[in-house]
Design a protein around this ligand. Structure first.
Ligand code: PMV
Length: 346
């Protein structure tokens, strides 16, 4: 290892939207149930990591959109501390990390998956440069996914393109609770590429974090039923992706969205992140689907914003429905779709 050398890596990593939700975790960020998501295309974080004087005491200079951000810097510092046992070179040195999102900050789009994914990938590149390890794309991605998971569970899935599964499942080859795996089945052409129109109902920070929500699952009265439900939905959605049955797919995706919000409402203490406009939008989507027989459904993250999921062949009808029928009920609109995964820029 050359101590004077400057190491630099830059990655962009997309966010992802879960169709079968990770909700509840065991120690060490192990999920209580398998989940499955779409890796997005437009909602990305780009992170540049540079390191020098690797013998000097550890020092971090973190910039978000070119500016110091104390809260983000504290979070990154604590993630790097967690990762030190996996990246021995991270204990020392002068580190500079610059990060930016392609989507407006506080747009209500979960950014921890893309941010932690981009950071994990950049550090894997630096490890490879320093130590010459991670020679295959498989070992590289697996380590990045493992580390992203330690920082933010759902980030494990953002490392891979397309449809991604995380958590042990008999149906997914090489599946693990410790890292995500791209789905290796033949997806039916009608659902091979899905769009996700993100309707921002509220862009304020969440009043209850996902970590607090996961924690409330520990003693939740429906915990075991939820684990069983998620396993069944995970299995069934893989069958729908194979057969192209969008009707059944919609049933599962919407059931997952409403189930995690019901679990929040039936926690002790209970809470709800949904808004009146969330209900207005989802009711209108159901009505539009029933009236027009158009393959479109919704999902929700841990927040009030609605993700409208549909195949590309109905793009025109769905876009016009969003503009004419849904516009009064959301504040911002971020069109997205399934993407090709992270990209190494430097
Ligand atoms: O990755 P976390 O700890 O932010 O939890 C994410 C939980 C959900 O977004 C609600 C579901 C999921 O699987 O992404």
């Amino acid at each position: 290892m050359t101590m004077e050398k400057k190491y630099i890596a830059q990655w962009s990593c997309p966010s992802n939207i879960a169709l079968v939700k990770y909700w509840g975790k065991l120690p060490n960020q192990i999920p209580m149930n398998p989940s499955l998501s779409l890796t997005l295309k437009n909602s990305v974080t780009t992170t540049t990591v540079s390191a020098q004087n690797l013998n000097a005491p550890f020092e971090l200079n973190y910039l978000f959109h070119g500016e110091h951000n104390a809260a983000f810097s504290k979070r990154i510092q604590s993630v790097l501390e967690t990762w030190q046992e996996h990246f021995p070179f991270l204990k020392n040195g002068q580190w500079r990390i610059e990060s930016e999102n392609s989507f407006p900050h506080s747009a209500g789009i979960a950014s921890s998956a893309s941010a932690m994914g981009a950071l994990a990938l950049s550090l894997c590149s630096i490890e490879h440069e320093i130590l010459g390890t991670l020679n295959t794309s498989e070992s590289f991605q697996r380590k990045a996914s493992y580390l992203a998971r330690l920082a933010s569970g759902s980030a494990a899935r953002s490392i891979y393109p397309g449809i991604v599964s995380w958590g042990t499942s008999e149906l997914v080859e090489n599946s693990s609770d410790e890292y995500a795996t791209p789905l290796s089945i033949d997806v039916h052409p009608s659902v091979l590429h899905l769009n996700d129109a993100i309707l921002i109902v509220d862009d304020q920070p969440k009043k209850v974090s996902s970590s607090a929500g996961h924690q409330l699952m520990n003693n939740h009265p429906y915990r075991n039923n939820r684990i069983e439900q998620a396993n069944n939905n995970h299995k069934s959605i893989i069958e729908c992706l194979t057969s192209g049955d969008f009707q059944q797919f919609s049933t599962i995706v919407e059931n997952e969205a409403m189930s995690i919000h019901s679990l929040m409402m039936s926690s002790t203490p209970w809470y709800s992140l949904l808004h009146a406009n969330t209900f207005e939008i989802i009711n209108r989507i159901q009505y539009f689907r029933a009236q027009n027989n158009i393959p479109v459904c919704f999902t929700l993250d841990a927040g009030p914003n609605v993700h409208v999921i549909y195949p590309p062949n109905v793009k025109q009808q769905v876009e016009s429905f969003i503009q004419t029928e849904l516009k009064p009920f959301f504040k911002k609109y971020q069109p997205d779709e399934m993407g090709n995964g992270p990209e190494q820029l430097k």
